[in-house]
Design a protein around this ligand. Sequence first.
Ligand code: 5AD
Ligand code: SF4
Length: 483
Amino acid sequence: MKNIEKYIDNMDITMEAPVSEPERQYYFIKKARNYVRQASEEAGRPLTFCVTTFGCQMNARDSEKLVGVLEQIGYQEEPNEDKADFVIYNTCTVRENANMRVYGRLGQLKRAKKNNPHMMIGLCGCMMQEPHVVEKLKTSYKHVDLIFGTHNIYKFAELIVTRYESNRMVIDIWKDTDKIVEDLPSERKFSFKSGVNIMFGCNNFCSYCIVPYVRGRERSRNPKDIIREIEKLVADGVVEVMLLGQNVNSYGKNLEEPMTFAELLREIEKIEGLERIRFMTSHPKDLSDELIEVMRTSKKICKHLHLPVQSGSTEILKKMNRRYTKEQYLELVRKIKTAIPDISLTTDIIVGFPGETEEDFLDTMDVVKQIRYDSAFTFIYSKRTGTPAAAMENQIPEDVVKNRFDRLLKEVQDISAEVCSVHEGTVQSVLVESMNEHDDTLVTGRMSNNLLVHFKGDASLIGQIVNVHLKECKGFYYLGEMQ
Ligand code: 5AD
Ligand code: SF4
């Protein structure tokens, strides 16, 4: 960050903006500083921002980039949205209910904006990539100041300047991009761990999923850029990274010099000072033996694999365009568990996909019972306009879906409590993440397998990896004692 600041300070904003990135954004950051300073002098106080993130880890990482720019241009963070001058929603559109929440909250902001002349509202993220959403915002939510999408988030500073200079709603959405801009400011939520994008977009086109339409085609970052970013993070105190991509198992296929995800992991493993490596998300169809081998022998890769199954029925998997069968998935898990017996497995499951029969659903229950996931995210199928599944016949009635969902959830939770408790009495290495929310004599840490444990300790432990004796399992977490 220090280096970036130096570059920004050296920009000459009396000249035309540079064409190349990231210099162009450094120029606009410096320019935006002037506008923010003026506005804050008018207000007689520092201006504040509040970024709310919906959706996945990818969005969480994007939000850190937004915060990085906002802090660079002179806004201060305000956790309470009601008091903030610049309110930003980084949206998700993977299921319909996420969209409804955004509209609801936007409605409430209208009144706040009337009372605060310095207030700005920005919307970005996946939902903004859907043309019908932007149409609706333009006609019914005229109090929004700034709308941009997933492909041009790097232009945030430039868009803020445009907003200050034009004084009207600024909309900039790109359909797709092959551009990856490096070296932008970003402000980490945690000092000791960080998400790191290794690829963007998705080429899989699962028939229920809107992601390929809103995040564009698959593009891998250059391995050198990834390693350089992680090295810098480690120098800045980070001990754990989460490598992010919609389908990390197909990393590197479209690079000029192709490289596999397993090879990338081997390189990252070599980074001195880095203690833990996680990654998300793995598509079962692309999970290689090479990756299992790297995970088995690695000292740093965490013993946790998120492997979305989506459905246990081969018939439904085919309609979902997942490109594996129930048997192939079970075989893959068997291979993984044989190689790495203490691995924690988690998954995503969708209930009520079009055409799902009771028999199909029982196949899903069967997979859950056989695999015994450490935890599973269960979702009710949500129809996303524009995806192939939205046009499929035989959408399942709500009451049938709800009934199946409840049965699945109960099974998943019962198994998960049992699986979680097997570690009782063991000593685990734990990364301390925070003070406990309810008891300030306790800290909360995360084990390699992603489970949480609470134990006596103080804030000085945050960011450290310590050994903890797991005394008592409380369902989905542990109470422990530091060794
Ligand atoms: N309806 C319900 N769940 C969905 N997911 C993706 N698209 C949909 C949809 N249309 C779930 C999948 C995915 C997770 C991130 O969200 O399970 O793995
Ligand atoms: Fe993440 Fe997908 Fe939601 Fe976008 S639509 S935030 S990629 S889960």
